[in-house]
Ligand binder design. Sequence first.
Ligand SMILES: [Mg+2]
Length: 230
Amino acid sequence: MSFDLVIFDCDGVLVDSEVISCRVHAELLTAHGYPISADEVRARFLGRSAREATREVEAALGRALPADFDTQLKGRLLDAFAASLQPMPGIVAALGQIALPVCVASSGTPEKIAASLTRTALLARFAPHVFSAVQVAHGKPAPDLFLLAAAEMGAEPARCLVIEDSVPGVTAARAAGMTAFGFCGGSHCQAGDAARLAAAGAATIFDAMADLPGLIAQHLDRKETLVADR
Ligand SMILES: [Mg+2]
C-alpha cells in the first residue's frame, strides 16, 4: 500500500496567506456596506472560493455587490501578497523529502495561485500540476476539484492523500474518497481547529510541516500492519 499522489491545498498550507486574505476581504466587504471582521470572514469563508463568498454576501444583503467586486478583491490581495506573503515554515524542506508525485488544488483563481507560488518560490516544484476551483462547477466542500486533480494526474482517488487546513477542504477530500491530513500550523489557526478538522474526517492532524514526511511514512506503515493483521 502506498499513496500515488499527494494533493496540497495552497492557502494556509503551502503559503501562510489566510491572515492576509481574511483582513483584505473583510476591509473590502465593509467598504461596500457589509460590515464584517477578519475573524468572521475566516469562520465563514475560509477554504471556499471568492465567487461563492460573494454569492452568499449578496444573498444576505439582498442586492448585488459592484460588478467588479471580485476584480477589486483580487487586485488588493495580489498587492498585499506581493508585500508580505511567506511560504509556510518548513514546507520547502518537507517537499524535498516527499518522493511521491505532488500537485496543488486550490479554491483560488489561477492568477492568485500562480502569484502566491511565484512570490514564495514554490511554483517550480508543482508546475504545471496546479488546479483551480474555476475549472470545476462546484468548489470545496464538493469533491469535484480533488477528483479533477486525481484524474489529470492519473491517480485513483483512494490512493490520494490531501493536505488541507480548512473544514470545507477536508470535507471535499473525504467526499472524493481520499485520505486527508489536517494542517493547523498557519498563522490564522485558532484553538479548536484541530478538533474541527478531525471531526470533518482528517485521518491525522499536524501543526508543523517538518513532521509531514514522517507522518506520511507512518500512515503507510500503519495501513500495512492493519492489512497484515487481517
Ligand atoms: Mg486552505
